[in-house]
Design a protein around this ligand. Structure first.
Ligand code: MIG
Length: 692
């Protein structure tokens, strides 16, 4: 059941698609104080767990830290950060005597003191009124997530090829770079489906252009790569170079599409192209205008994009830069001794993403004007919406790949997210795994982190383990920053192991796709904390380094350097599949309880519940070449029992696929030595089933 309270006049964020009438019935377990701002308090018993908040640092259980909903460009973030790129204002309180969810539909700053100040209290504060708060109750945490999705709409559907491996790097600029990287993969039979192009492909960082000296014919390049089953995925930034003569800018300026300051002047901030103007994505006519621009690249055969810098990140404003200059000039003037120059450190480090700058410009939303800081967290989402609406207008029956950096709940209908600028640190391996269930809860099913780590130099073992951790991430992309060690799989001594792990991924794609589509079309979860399925098992509820995926799979990847295995807790009997490649794995039946599981650097352990199966395809080098109908289910089957697994497949591109029409059942029956597996339209091989 969902209860809604309004405080002040709620700002239309676009997050909610299903009207729930406002009520005055109290929220049991929540104390609400509404004054100038809003404060929600929940007292916690020592055993309560808090799940949610989507893309955030720290644990799956969010209890014990302070978080802030404020979309932030947090390059190389550490665990003390309160905010990352997205704001996903949904939490679940779950304990022996408690189960409810809160969704705060507010586009601005929210502070979540989740037992940070007081061990047994959660305090959520919002500086201003103007929001709806939804209180969700139901029989299970998954049920609360389903309700949230019914309230905020279904998750975005990527095309099937987007489940393949994508190679990316800040620095790929030319057609030659693209060809070389693809060739290096294909020559070594490293699977590949996408190549993402970073800002360097653009002409002077101008959106919707490309440098014609580097890419003379984008359409020809795109067609040539598609011949080898690789698709280009260019980046689009939020800011538009403020340069008279640049067509996109001139048009946006003429049509009054850019945000303005209080005095009516166009707001300007420095980002990659230099001083730039920022589209007011909150207005539908601006979205239509900006979205249409993507079609220039789509007409060249591009079928996927990533939207960056849409918090929006601001490197500096002329106003702030002038202040800094003045301070520097004063120091110069008086010929200040060296220690005094230290005074510039703080103002210069505060130049980017400065709160004062976020108060300098205004948006128009449904006839009202809002200062940016009041609606900051929905800016990026509306950029994603602009792109998605344009794709739908251009080719309504075709899915496009789209993922963005900044997001809020609501944007999950339009695209996926990647998890921002992580680092090549072992600690981020765990962090990125823990974000998967939290992002699923918020509706972002299509997600993944920069494999290998974005900033800092990666190492061969870290990249290999990261590929293993990302085995089930819908978005599986290797990406790294300019100036760091080159990070394509083939650069490393262990490249064959990396290739082998990628063959595991491709063997799994039909299953991952089946689970993804069932979750997306059925408002379900793709990744879940163990506590969702084992609410009575307190050990399972507190596990932070294992997650559930789809029907029947538990992931417990190795997250530590030099480790040759790890401790795994099994809440029930499971089959361990120790993969070395898509065709090379061994099986071991394990009983519920604690286990030390060996996993050498080139091995990835995957667990399947007794009575479930993991259907594998024969690996291929691209999704186009995968056979989705010839499968080998792997699992632990009880003799005498019939096992049924829902199985989804479709053409991979249609935009309104029907769950009912595309869902089948794989049924497996084992009786003594005879095992039979059946599913209409599938050829199933039974040699990897363990019968007991
Ligand atoms: O200021 O486009 O998160 O993936 O490589 C950095 C360059 C801008 C940040 C993105 C990252 C991308 C980088 N961008």
């Amino acid at each position: 059941m969902i209860l809604r309270h309004d405080y002040g006049t709620p700002i239309p964020t676009g997050a909610v698609v299903r009207e729930v009438p406002a009520s005055t019935a109290p929220f049991p377990g929540v104390t609400v104080e509404a004054g100038d701002g809003l404060c929600l308090r929940v007292s916690l018993s020592p055993d309560d767990i808090i799940w949610g908040l989507g893309e955030t640092v720290r644990g799956i259980n969010k209890r014990g830290h302070l978080y802030r909903s404020w979309n932030s460009d947090e390059f190389s973030h550490r665990e003390d950060r309160a905010s990352l790129y997205g704001s996903h204002n949904f939490v679940i309180f779950s304990g022996p005597e408690k189960l409810f969810g809160l969704f705060i539909d507010d586009p601005g700053l929210i502070t979540w003191d989740l037992a940070f100040t007081h061990e047994n209290e959660a305090v959520i504060t919002l500086p201003e009124l103007g929001q709806s708060v939804y209180y969700l109750t139901g029989a299970s945490p998954a049920e609360l997530c389903r309700q949230l999705r019914e309230l905020t709409g279904p998750s975005y559907l990527p095309p099937k090829w987007a489940f393949g491996y994508i190679q990316s790097r800040w620095g790929y600029a030319s057609a030659e770079d693209a060809r070389r990287v693809v060739k290096n993969h294909r020559e070594r039979h490293i699977p590949l489906d996408g190549l993402s192009m970073d800002i360097d492909y653009m002409d002077g960082y101008r959106d919707f252009t490309w440098d014609e000296a580097l890419i003379p014919d984008l359409a020809a390049l795109s067609a040539e790569l598609k011949e080898t089953h690789v698709r280009l995925v260019p980046i689009i930034d939020a800011g538009i170079k403020q340069e008279p003569g640049f067509g996109v800018y001139d048009e946006g300026h003429e049509k009054d599409c850019f945000v303005r300051k209080a005095d009516g002047e166009e707001f300007s901030a420095g980002v990659w192209p230099g001083l730039s103007a920022f589209p007011d994505f909150l207005r539908p006519e601006v979205r239509a205008w900006f979205g249409e621009k993507y079609q220039r690249l789509i007409r060249c055969g591009v079928e996927g994009f990533w939207n960056d810098m849409n918090e929006p990140a601001l490197f500096y404003t002329p106003e702030k830069l002038a202040e800094l200059r003045e301070q520097a000039a004063a120091l110069l003037e008086k010929d200040a001794p060296l220690p005094e120059w230290e005074k510039l450190k703080q103002p210069s480090s505060e130049l980017p993403n400065n709160m004062e700058d976020y108060r300098r410009f205004y948006h128009r939303l449904q006839g009202k004007t809002y200062r940016h800081d009041r609606v900051h967290n929905i800016y990026g989402s509306h950029m994603t919406q602009a792109a998605a609406e344009s794709f739908a207008a251009f080719r309504p029956d075709h899915r496009y790949l789209l993922f963005a950096r900044a997001s809020s709940i609501g944007a999950h209908r339009y695209g996926g997210v990647w998890q921002g600028d992580n680092s090549s640190w072992w600690s981020h391996l765990g962090l990125n795994l823990r974000m998967m269930p939290s992002l699923s809860m918020a509706g972002f099913l299509y997600t993944g982190a920069d494999i290998g780590g974005f900033s800092c130099d990666t190492t061969g073992d870290l990249l290999l383990r990261w590929l293993e951790v990302a085995l089930f991430s819908p978005l599986m992309r290797n990406h790294s920053a300019l100036g760091t060690r080159e990070q394509e799989a083939y650069r490393f001594e262990r490249w064959e192991d990396m290739r082998n792990i990628l063959t595991v991924r491709y063997a799994l794609i039909p299953y991952i796709y089946s689970e993804f589509m069932q979750a997306a079309l059925g408002n379900g979860l793709l990744f879940r904390p163990l506590g969702f399925d084992y609410p009575e098992d307190d050990t399972a509820r507190r596990v932070e380094d294992q997650v559930l995926f789809g029907h029947g799979v538990m992931l417990a990847p190795v997250l530590e350097q030099n480790a040759r295995g790890r401790h795994v807790y099994l809440p029930e009997d499971m089959l361990l599949i120790r993969f070395r490649s898509g065709e090379d794995f061994d099986l071991e039946a394990l009983e519920a309880g604690h286990h030390w599981v060996e996993a050498q650097l080139n091995e990835v352990p995957v667990f399947v519940r007794r009575g479930s199966v993991l259907p594998l395809a024969a690996p291929a080098e691209s999704v186009d070449e995968l056979n989705f109908t010839d499968l080998t289910p792997v699992g632990w089957v009880d003799s005498g029992a019939e096992l049924r697994t829902p199985w989804y497949d479709d053409d991979g591109v249609s935009t309104h696929p029907s769950l009912a029409e595309n869902l089948r059942q794989i049924s497996i029956r084992a009786e003594g030595d005879t095992v039979e597996a059946y599913c209409p339209g599938l050829t199933l091989h039974t040699d990897c089933l363990m019968v007991e």
